[in-house]
Structure formats: structure tokens, C-alpha cells
Design a protein around this ligand. Structure first.
Ligand SMILES: *Cc1c(COP(=O)(O)O)cnc(C)c1O
Length: 415
């Protein structure tokens, strides 16, 4: 299938891949339930479609950072168990409690706000207690934990809250053999013991992110919180690639060349003229830049850059990533405006992966996919896209005249 003209760029999200990845994780972890983490617009994949795909793959919980993300899911009719874990003072929690959103509590002030909202909404708030086991990010510290438990016990008794879970988060589960992992597990065990001694039943115990779910069996407890792996990316690509783990990256980011031109040897390219054509060459303009989430750190640095697949070959970025565009060095290949440029994808046709971009930009694959911006229209593919009625017709896509070809068909025409 030939791509149709008129589309600058799009992110194609394979919902079947998300469902399959969740099923793969579920199988690997065995008994524990899987919470699919869909915060930050499902790591750039689209909150509601990704959530539905994850549920179709066997996730029984959804996790988000903010209450407003949870309400967006409820507003779209997603009724699965759902936890929001970042609370800030003054958040109106009444709509969330009314809609059956579980909220995380890590401090007495947060408990008091949840209790007030439970009273105001005449509901029992469903809470998960967060304890810090060594990362020093969120969670009650070991010193704060007993007082929080006593306050919780009182409100369980008066019927304003119900403890559905107790949880913590790993700092370094992606580093095999890191001593912080068993140390955090020991701290978690201690915290669970303290809870019981203070009369609080912990409910679902959860500590594992993708890395721990995949690599640290003792960390799985009753529930694992899986973000990255659900989108088909490995949390430790040097240890096991996504393919090693049976995961398939769900996102393909592609565009059409907006401009193609010859330049003579010695021509400087893009801001700062940091790239110089080594010989007469053809340059192609990709209409995606840091305003769309391409990392500026993937600019040409004299040795390497991010790479974009055009006409069957990976092309380096000539010079700096701009806000809306990057320039590629296409050599002497005959390439016309409108040619498809695959920026990232599963890698099956030779395109760069999110892991490749992460290496080129000195960051992690989480950031690469999550940064793909709101300006880039999403298109959903796979059988689930039809089943879930999130196909092209329903995707708001400002300026999108026609969808591009299915990524699976793109490169074959030329190879
Ligand atoms: C983002 C997040 C996760 C998911 O982490 P991955 O490494 O993407 O699996 C799990 N738990 C919490 C608390 C998070 O913030």
C-alpha cells in the first residue's frame, strides 16, 4: 500500500501489540495481577485506547499518576480498578471517590484530605498506602509510617477509608544484583509487619515496576505495576532486549519528507552549521522536531546522531534537531518529497528503535516514547483498534488529511 499524500507525520500505535505485551508479562509473572501503568497519556501511546488494549490483554488494574488522568479514563467509560498515586494538597478528590478511583496515601495530611472527601461524597475511600523502602521519592518514611498507620486504623474503624493496597517503588530494579533491591524488599517486609501490628491489613501488596516484574520474582507480591513493558520496550535492554522478552514495541513514528535538495560539498547544515556535507549530497527535511518530542540531544555531535529510515537505509541527522524539523543526509540516493521517513518503530524493517534513540540522546526509552508530543496525531491499528472503535475516523487529528500506510508496508516497496 502506497502512503497517501498530505500527511506530515503521525504516530501509529498497534493496540494488539499492547494487549499481547501485557499477556506476555502476565504469563511471565504467573499468579500476581497486572496493573497497566497508563500515566502520561500511556507513555505517549494514547491514554484511553492503550488502557483498553491493556485490559484486553489481561490487565486487571490501571495505574496513573494524577487524579485527573483517572477521571479522564472514567469519563471515557473505563470502569476497571484504577489507582492514582500522586496527591497534592487541595486536590478535589470528591469526583474521584464518587467514580471509584483508588487513591494513594503517603502522609497524614493526605489521609485527612481523603477522609474529608469521603465524608463529602458519602463514600468509603479506597486507599493504597505508600511506604518508602529506600528510594526517598514518595511514600511515608520509616519514621512517619507508624503514625500514619494509627491514623489509618482509626478511619478504617469509622468507615471512611478502606485499605486496598500497600505499596512501594524500586530505585534500581533494572540493575541485576544491585544491593538496593533486596534492601528495599526487606524494608517492605518490615513495613508490612508494622502495618499488621498497628491493626492495618495491607491489602494488595505491590512493589514491582516492569523491571522488577520481569527480573525479580520475589518482588511480584500480589500485583505488578507494568508501564514500559506493556508498550513493548525492555526496562533493561542491555540485559534482555524487548525481543528476548517476547515484547513488541507498539509505537511507530513516521513522517513524509517535506523538502529535498542537493547541496555542494562543504555546505553547512541547520542551526549553528554544526554539520558539514563531506561531499555533494542530497538533504531531506523531516517535519518532526523537538516540538514533537524528538530529543535535541540526538543532534549530530560530530560522531553520531539519531537516525531515520528513508528508502531502505538509516540516515543520520545532519546538524541540529530544530523545533519542527530535522535535516537528513541522504547521500546520492534519488529520493523525492513525500518519501516516507520512519523515525522510530519496532525495528523490524531496519528503522531505529526507542532504545536506539535513547542511546543517541543519552536518555532512556521511557522518555523517548513519552515525549512524542500532542502535535503528532495518533493512529491506532490492529484488530483491537476496530473492536474498540478507536480507529482513524475517531482519532482527533488536526490537519490530518489522510492516514499514512500501515508501517508494515512502508519500506517493502523500496527494498
Ligand atoms: C511509572 C511507574 C511505574 C511503571 O514503571 P515502568 O518502569 O514503566 O514499568 C510503576 N509504578 C510507579 C509508582 C510509577 O510511577
Amino acid at each position: 500500500m502506497q502512503p497517501r499524500p498530505g500527511v506530515p507525520a503521525e504516530a501509529v500505535v498497534d493496540l494488539d501489540a499492547i494487549a499481547r505485551n501485557v499477556a506476555v508479562v502476565r504469563e511471565r509473572v504467573g499468579g500476581p495481577q497486572v496493573m497497566a501503568v497508563v500515566k502520561a497519556d500511556a507513555y505517549g501511546h494514547g491514554l484511553v485506547p492503550a488502557a483498553r488494549a491493556a485490559l484486553a490483554g489481561g490487565a486487571t488494574w490501571l495505574g496513573v499518576a494524577h487524579v485527573h488522568e483517572a477521571l479522564a479514563l472514567r469519563g471515557a467509560g473505563v470502569e476497571a480498578d484504577l489507582l492514582a498515586w500522586i496527591l497534592t494538597p487541595g486536590t478535589d478528590l470528591v469526583p474521584a471517590l464518587r467514580r471509584g478511583v483508588d487513591v494513594s496515601v503517603a502522609a497524614v495530611w493526605a489521609l485527612e484530605e481523603v477522609v474529608a472527601a469521603a465524608r463529602a461524597s458519602a463514600t468509603t475511600a479506597r486507599i493504597h498506602l505508600e511506604v518508602d523502602t529506600g528510594m526517598s521519592r514518595g511514600g511515608a518514611s520509616p519514621e512517619e509510617w507508624p503514625a500514619l498507620l494509627d491514623a489509618v486504623a482509626g478511619h478504617v474503624a469509622d468507615g471512611t477509608v478502606r485499605v486496598r493496597g500497600t505499596w512501594a517503588h524500586f530505585a534500581s530494579a533494572d540493575v541485576p544484583g544491585d544491593p538496593s533491591v533486596p534492601a528495599q524488599l526487606a524494608a517492605f517486609e518490615a513495613a508490612l509487619g508494622t502495618a499488621r501490628r498497628h491493626g492495618v491489613e495491607p491489602g494488595l501488596r505491590h512493589h514491582a515496576n516492569s523491571a522488577a516484574a520481569l527480573f525479580v520474582p520475589q518482588a511480584r507480591y500480589d500485583l505488578v505495576r507494568v508501564g514500559l513493558a506493556a508498550y513493548g520496550l525492555s526496562p533493561a535492554p542491555d540485559l534482555a532486549t524487548g525481543a528476548d522478552l517476547g515484547l513488541v514495541p507498539a509505537m511507530t513514528l513516521q513522517a513524509r519528507l517535506a523538502h529535498v535538495r542537493r547541496v555542494p560539498r562543504g555546505a553547512g547544515v541547520s542551526y549553528g552549521l554544526t554539520y558539514t556535507a563531506e561531499r555533494d549530497t542530497t538533504l531531506g527535511l523531516v517535519p518532526l522536531g523537538y516540538g514533537d518530542g524528538l530529543p535535541r540531544h540526538a543532534s549530530w555531535d560530530g560522531e553520531r546522531s539519531g537516525e531515520v529510515l528513508v528508502a531502505g537505509a538509516r540516515r543520520r541527522i545532519a546538524g541540529r534537531v530544530c523545533m519542527d524539523q530535522v535535516v537528513l543526509d541522504l547521500g546520492d540516493d534519488a529520493v523525492a518529497p513525500g518519501e516516507v521517513a520512519v523515525v522510530l518503530g519496532p525495528g523490524t524493517r531496519g528503522e531505529a528503535t526507542a532504545d536506539d534513540w535513547a542511546r543517541a540522546a543519552g536518555t532512556i526509552s521511557w522518555e523517548i516514547v513519552t515525549r512524542v508530543g500532542a502535535r503528532v496525531p495518533r493512529r491506532y491499528t490492529g484488530r483491537l483498534a476496530e473492536d474498540l472503535a478507536t480507529g482513524p475516523a475517531e482519532v482527533p487529528a488536526a490537519g490530518l488529511a489522510a492516514p499514512l500506510a500501515d508501517p508494515a508496508d512502508l519500506v517493502g516497496d523500496r527494498a
